[in-house]
Design a protein around this ligand. Sequence first.
Ligand code: 5AD
Ligand code: SF4
Length: 443
Amino acid sequence: MTTPKSLFIKTYGCQMNVYDSERMAEALAPEGYVQTDTPEGADMILLNTCHIREKAAEKIYSELGRLKPLKAENPDLKIGVTGCVAQAEGAEIVRRQPAVDLVVGPQSYHRLPQLMEQMKTGAAIETEFPAEDKFDHLPSRDAGRGPKARRAPAAFLTVQEGCDKFCAFCVVPYTRGAEVSRPVDRVLAEARDLVNRGVREITLLGQNVNAYHGDKDGGTWGLAKLIWALNEIDGLERIRFTTSHPNDMEDDLIEAHGTCAKLMPYLHLPVQSGSDKILKLMNRKHTAESYIALIERFRKARPDLLLSGDFIVGFPGETDEDFEATLDLVRRVNYGQAYSFKYSARPGTPAAERPDVPAQVADERLQRLQALLREQQVECQDAMVGKTVGVLFEKAGRIEGQMVGKSDHLHAVHVYAPDHKPGDLVQVRITISRTNSLEGELL
Ligand code: 5AD
Ligand code: SF4
């Protein structure tokens, strides 16, 4: 028996990092590491970083500076940087902050146990893209937690990683590498295991999840086929997936939104800009019209689909006219929810070489876009009042007897339901629309 040691993981960025952090904790469990909620007193601290926007690396260096004094209190403390900043910066991290013992990129988490050995004799740095798939070598999910350990009702499951699209602003193809899909049987086995542990909703994750092509019996399955197989799992009630690219959308996936009972009416489909000129400069390989045509097909299959998206304003070369085209597209699509960002140059990407739009102009555009998206979000929420939706309870609310969960359309919903528990899927009539959530009553 190894003596227990404590592990603190701070996760930044996307849901895939949340998933990876869980997997790292699982890879380290056999080494005797048990997770804690605070860095103070930990024997190992991992910063699982994100490199997608703004000064990510600088923020990590500041955080490392704050953590370094903990080494004086615990000489055995090890500090590691994982995730996309680790991949992008590599050995530079140890050069700038010698207190760092470990730098490991997202493709190499399965090598953590060996890297722990290496750390005994000096900093361990691993930023290669190894030939093997990390998922083949990571311990099975929940290994070390006991066969019956329960999970929260909603879980993420990574099915695809990496990206071959090379949008001109984006670091993902460099930090996460080429598109790789996990084999179908592994995904289904992990899903069944999650369901046995109390999971009722699974969100399939991938940087380009709809490019999924997982091996199955000598051939490959696309995402729709995988979703149909998940639909057959008893006890699994809901299926979602994120994030998709407009160019990888296949007919059977669109259709499934109208026919697959467990597939939820929500689609996150980033467009980034409404101007064809900017889309071209971004290397997006789709137009505003082709995107809108795609949305129309989805809405035909599933009229109540809630649309979500990502936008970048102030991309190099964006004129007022280009920005107006983005606002037009937003008006035409009508989003229920969306993320919008001011462009920030990421070193090593093609767009980083191009002249920036003045910061003040980009700020003003971002405010206008966010005001419009906010308006649409409120409208979409308000339109839910009076409707009946499914709600999967996730936890108790702050008020006595209240439960909180997510609706089919991914709205947070508060319901007075003293006889219910997390994991219950109930029908709720929406009564009130609040700032960022809904309120409803049990039917
Ligand atoms: N600047 C601003 N936003 C970016 N995104 C990706 N790279 C950048 C960048 N350099 C946004 C895109 C993407 C989301 C995850 O982050 O909108 O869809
Ligand atoms: Fe980045 Fe574009 Fe790939 Fe999305 S599709 S991860 S924005 S390169």
